[in-house]
Design a protein around this ligand. Sequence first.
Ligand SMILES: CCCCCCCC(=O)SCCNC(=O)CCNC(=O)[C@H](O)C(C)(C)COP(=O)(O)OP(=O)(O)OC[C@H]1O[C@@H](n2cnc3c(N)ncnc32)[C@H](O)[C@@H]1OP(=O)(O)O
Length: 274
Amino acid sequence: MMQSHIRQSGAAAAAAVALFSYCTAFGREGKKEENGSVGVHHLVAAALVEWRPPRRHAAISSAPLTSFYPNLAICEPIRDVESDNDDDDDDNDDNDSDVGFYYLRMNPKEVERTSLSDSHAIFGALSGTGMIERYDIYRRVLDDVAVERKPRGGSSRREVVIVNLSVGDKLNGHGGIVHGGILSLLFDEAMGWAYECLRHEDDWLDDPSSPVTAVTANLTVDFRAPFVEGSEGVIRVYHDERKGRKIYFTAKLESKDGEEMAKGSFLAIRMKYL
Ligand SMILES: CCCCCCCC(=O)SCCNC(=O)CCNC(=O)[C@H](O)C(C)(C)COP(=O)(O)OP(=O)(O)OC[C@H]1O[C@@H](n2cnc3c(N)ncnc32)[C@H](O)[C@@H]1OP(=O)(O)O
């Protein structure tokens, strides 16, 4: 079982600094609490809480998020290695304890090329009571002490963003079950934000003059279990590989208790002229 440790550490301090910077940059535009503050006390408290991974955990690919704060989500760290070899895990036990991530809430202002106007499907027309009631996007951030692991085979697969979402009772197909097209929309958007995260990384700026807008060229979704109306869930988006203008992602939708409800694969293509 997971254990929580409240401690002052380099990682927590870094998280606190990052959060403070984030709030300074975006807090004034952020969601306000009833008393009008931006919830800094929550943020500082959150920054000092770290989830530590269990000593042994073979083939962990995800774990339910344990808490959400206004601008921070905390969960058990995700391992990029899907190991089928317990011996290797034994060898890496010491390193495992240092693998950690946290998630910083993204703000629309981070995506300067994206208009989140009334015309946006998720943040406009389909946003509201009974429809898409929550769609909060978080960027995954690596702890300062953690080492990003490469899965076997040399692929660069890694988690990029998560989306904390909630869907009401007005977007169904069959009675009581959220329409598959709506879930596809939620996946598509999550992938788009994952792309936005990636393109801000240094090696993606090798040619600043080249177009940066990407569109979804291909989207495939497997529906594994009914996502019932009124459900909360988490979409996790993974970057798989990049081939020139083509960027490949996969994603999954988990219920609040961690069950896989749907999974998707995506091909985004950077446009030639935008
Ligand atoms: C933060 C914001 C989040 C927002 C998320 C929302 C995302 C969206 O919904 S976007 C809207 C839906 N998508 C669209 O409207 C896209 C419409 N399609 C297009 O504009 C074009 O077809 C486009 C740009 C995808 C590709 O056109 P173009 O750049 O001319 O491609 P082209 O040069 O022919 O092919 C480039 C490569 O991609 C491949 N490719 C092109 N289309 C596809 C496809 N559909 N499937 C697989 N591969 C494809 C080609 O085979 C080629 O591969 P390679 O380089 O290996 O030979």
